[in-house]
Design a protein around this ligand. Structure first.
Ligand code: SF4
Ligand code: SF4
Length: 214
């Protein structure tokens, strides 16, 4: 299995939008769609080289594989107090995807790093008490993508509506982490004097942070 990480430098990646069919809404998040698309492209490329490969879809991701555990075992980062994978370069600002590959691949090694020994910023910033030094209580986290009716009511009160079709759920445990927070990014400001950067000039994480095998 190959694990991919996509650098998500700001809130724009965390915007959720929905389509509504017969009264039911299906939410999408740009970061997840993007990493799934990249996994599909990698699988197609491997197929074209004669290697059997299948991308992990978003719908399957929870039931088939624990992507955070896979990312840790692939050496892309280590588990933080926020329950997320904290990478060396970008902290927890990374979303993961995967491609299943038929040939047996050599394994990469987990990192020896640990970033949370003298930090608990994410725990103190969590507005619901979902994060504590002893772990993460999913039932209290308002960023749940498939919420219970009670949590949905709370999300409707608290998730910031960006447009009538767009919401931004809590991501304080990501945005507050100091690891990778100051990573320099050159933004195109839209002026004619400033051209958008070419792909080769973007930080590595804009394409694919890193793909490693487990
Ligand atoms: S997303 Fe928000 S509520 Fe959920 S654990 Fe992170 S900081 Fe807490
Ligand atoms: S904010 Fe601090 S404690 Fe939380 S994951 Fe980042 S380094 Fe670890």
């Amino acid at each position: 299995m190959v694990v991919l990480g996509l650098y998500t430098p700001d809130d724009a990646y965390d915007f959720n939008t929905y389509v509504e069919i017969a009264g039911r809404r299906r939410w999408h998040k740009a970061a997840y769609e993007s990493v799934v698309a990249r996994a599909a492209l990698l699988a197609l490329d491997l197929n074209a080289r004669g290697i059997r490969a299948e991308p992990l879809t978003f719908v399957d991701s929870a039931s088939l594989v624990d992507l955070r555990e896979a990312a840790v075992r692939a050496g892309l980062g280590t588990r933080g107090l926020n329950g997320l994978v904290v990478t060396r370069e970008f902290g927890p600002r990374v979303r993961f995807g995967a491609v299943f590959v038929e040939p047996e691949l050599p394994r990469d090694k987990p990192l020896p790093d640990y970033y949370c020994a003298s930090c608990s910023i994410c725990v103190s910033r969590c507005p619901t008490g979902a994060l504590a030094p002893w772990g993460f209580d999913r039932a209290l986290c308002t960023a749940e993508f498939d919420p219970s009716p009670e949590m949905l009511a709370r999300q409707k009160r608290e998730a910031k509506p960006v447009t009538p079709f767009t919401r931004l759920q809590c991501n304080l445990c990501v945005s507050s982490c100091p690891i990778g927070k100051n990573r320099a990014v050159t933004w195109w400001d839209g002026s004619s004097a400033c051209e958008p950067p070419g792909v080769s000039e973007l930080p590595g994480g804009f394409e694919t942070l890193r793909a490693q095998r487990i």
